[in-house]
Design a protein around this ligand. Structure first.
Ligand code: ADP
Ligand code: MG
Ligand code: ZN
Length: 479
């Protein structure tokens, strides 16, 4: 009843796996999906005496992420041990960063719920190693550990508690994901766990201090995060209204039940007994090193947007839709450069492709066909081989079973009928079978023509060249 007087406060801790070829402290591959325990060595399995060596690429990627999110880069940084026990963590500590992270005090700009620009501050970005994975078998009841992921490099991006709604959280996460993809430091594949968030949420009355927070661990779907925030907000408000105290807790979101469960009381920094990692030297970055990374940052979305509007004459709305994801923007540029019809490529991406992705709950980076396929589809329509209606069927087919559109058209005999005799035959047949419509048309009801064309399309399963069909009908009806 009194939801209005409460404000929701959200802070996000995002873990992104870096797309370096090798792990953070050894030269094992980071590749996802390999046979369990095939990318391991004495270092990442913590055999006695094995010593870590910091992968320089990890520092470079973290600095890139810091620069792209307006952080100041810490020139004197170091690694620390975070001690905790879990079966997928062979060393019983994680090498992370505690009081001297690589990046501090940045921000990302998003839109608030009223569409106004808003800065979400970033407290810090630090580097750390990922843990392994436990695979629980439903059959034997055993849990088997796979250490391929142990030592895969992560950056953790910690926001200030500046987010005020599930919508803002969603936009912040999508923006952050897109930035990391543009600068090519992470593929951010959520289904593979390369981009996951701990969601901290509390509620309070605006004139009072922040409330105690619940922390929802390891969320990797935008939809679940939104649902979880809305659920927690309501539950915390009703607890407070009912005189139940909200206490700091670590929780888990159950997507099937649509509710959160408590996992444990929240641990704090003391629990982790942080101390400087004695096996690694401090990280010192020169001005020149940082400048050099800054100079070589790839083109950012805003600059692409400007180019699309000025060079390719796209509307701001279209340009915004295209840059919303790097995968979109990349496929747009590549397909456009092949078929030269940028406008048509843009239309496919922002309408039918966006719709199908949405229906199938896929992200743009999961588009299964190539830019070359899309360019070919556009060309086939532009040179009248198929109609745009048939083009939509071909697109569905590209999603189901990607292969060259030319092949799809051949296999399914979808090519447009542009043979005048063939079309004339259909026209005569339709006229003969629809005398009433013919009479209507002659009596001045232009609409009847549309009906006749529709009938002819039905007969040809949508394959008749619509322009020729129209012309032939009018010609015949004039007789
Ligand atoms: P940790 O969770 O590791 O103990 P912090 O204390 O730094 O670390 O907080 C982590 C996250 O919690 C940050 O993203 C921060 O913005 C957020 N946070 C802190 N206080 C609150 C609060 N009262 N409500 C919601 N989020 C909060
Ligand atoms: Mg936390
Ligand atoms: Zn290793």
């Amino acid at each position: 009843m009194s939801n209005e007087i409460y404000e929701t406060v959200i802070g996000l801790e995002v873990h992104a796996e870096l797309s370096t070829k090798t792990k953070i402290f050894c030269s094992c591959k980071t590749e996802f999906g390999a046979e369990p325990n095939t990318h391991i060595c004495p270092i990442c399995t913590a055999l006695p005496g094995a010593l870590p060596k910091l992968n320089e690429k990890v520092v470079e990627y973290a600095v890139k992420a810091g620069l792209a999110t307006n952080c100041s880069i810490e020139q004197n940084s170091k690694n620390d041990r975070k001690n905790y026990f879990y079966p997928d963590l062979p060393k019983s500590y994680q090498i992370s960063q505690y009081d001297k992270p690589l990046c501090n005090n940045g921000y990302i700009e998003i839109e608030d719920d009223n569409g106004n620009p808003k800065k979400i501050r970033i407290l810090r970005i630090h580097i750390e190693e990922d843990a392994g994975k436990l695979n629980h078998s439903d059959f034997s009841g055993e849990s088997l550990v796979d250490l391929n992921r142990a030592g895969v490099p992560l950056i953790e991006i910690v926001s200030e508690p500046d987010i005020r709604s599930s919508g803002e959280a969603d936009r912040y996460l999508k923006k952050l994901k897109s930035i990391l993809q543009y600068i090519e430091v992470s593929d951010c594949k959520m289904e593979e766990g390369s981009f996951r968030a701990d969601v901290n949420i509390s509620v309070h009355k605006p004139d009072e201090p922040f409330g105690e927070r619940h922390e929802l661990k390891n969320m990797n779907s935008f939809k679940s995060i939104q649902r979880a925030i809305d659920y927690e907000k309501d539950i915390q408000i009703s607890d407070i209204e009912n005189g139940v105290e909200v206490v700091q807790e670590t929780m888990r979101w159950d997507d099937v039940e649509g509710r959160t469960f408590s996992m444990r009381e929240k641990e704090n920094a003391q629990d982790y007994r942080y101390f400087p990692e004695p096996d690694l030297i401090a990280i010192k970055l020169s001005d020149e090193y940082i400048e050099n990374i800054k100079k070589n940052l790839p083109e950012m979305p805003e600059s692409r947007k400007k180019r699309y509007m000025s060079d390719l004459a796209l509307s701001e709305k279209d340009a915004n839709a295209l840059i919303s994801s790097k995968a979109y923007s990349d496929i747009f540029e590549e397909a456009g450069s092949i078929c030269k019809n940028y406008k048509a490529v843009c239309n496919w991406l922002t309408s039918d492709i966006a719709r199908i992705l949405n229906e199938r709950e896929l992200e743009p980076e999961n588009i299964p066909f190539t830019a070359k396929d899309l360019a070919e589809l556009v060309e086939l329509i532009d040179n009248d081989t198929i109609s745009s209606t048939i083009g939509k069927d071909v697109l569905e087919e590209l999603f189901d079973n990607p292969r060259s559109p030319k092949k799809i058209i051949d296999e399914k005999s979808l090519a447009q009928i542009s043979n005048k005799d063939e079309i004339a035959e259909v026209v005569l047949k339709v006229l003969k079978e629809n005398e009433q419509s013919v009479a209507d048309y002659k009596a001045g009801k232009d609409r009847a023509l549309g009906f006749l064309v529709g009938q002819a399309m039905k007969v040809t399963k949508g394959k008749a060249n619509p322009k020729m069909l129209n012309e032939l009908f009018i010609e015949e009806l004039k007789k």
